[in-house]
Design a protein around this ligand. Sequence first.
Ligand SMILES: [Zn+2]
Length: 198
Amino acid sequence: MKTRLNDNEEIIYFGRKHWIVYTHAILLAFVTGGVFYLLSMGLLSMLAFVAIITYFYFERKNDIWIITSQRLIDEWGVFSVNSKETPLDKINNSSYRKTILGMILNYGTVEIQSAAEKGSTLAKFVPSPEKFCHAILLAKEAFDKKVECPICKELIRPGAIKCRYCGSSQEQKQEEIENQVNTIEDTQPVNIFKRKEI
Ligand SMILES: [Zn+2]
């Protein structure tokens, strides 16, 4: 994959197109090669056959879907590098459909609807499309999970560096809590953490 991951980003799903795309490649290669052969262009026939198979090989190799703990990445292209990213919080819904052949060989089309700028993503010939959709669901669930800011008690993302509500640095949260406790100790005569003297 060509997209660089962030430091705390984890890969949840990695997928390529189902092998069924090779049957398309072989069919197209035979038809194209056959036409050249019938036109008595033997060398061109061979070249066309090899070129089509090679193209499909790299097409499948470079066309990947990655679901990480932060986003969905769609990469593709043989002669160019293309990448489309959808942040998990922008994904609204994912669904899949299978044809009869897809049900037998277990592949299908996955549609990911999002509110992102580039719109929804259509992934074709996905092996086990239900796994793809489930991975999106799991990733989204984990992403949406929130923890309480120790300072202002608003809900923020786990691992956040800064609280978006009160602006407090979460790395120093422990230090700040200790400071607060110290302040209480300084100003109030009774230490709440000590047993009351009778
Ligand atoms: Zn806060």
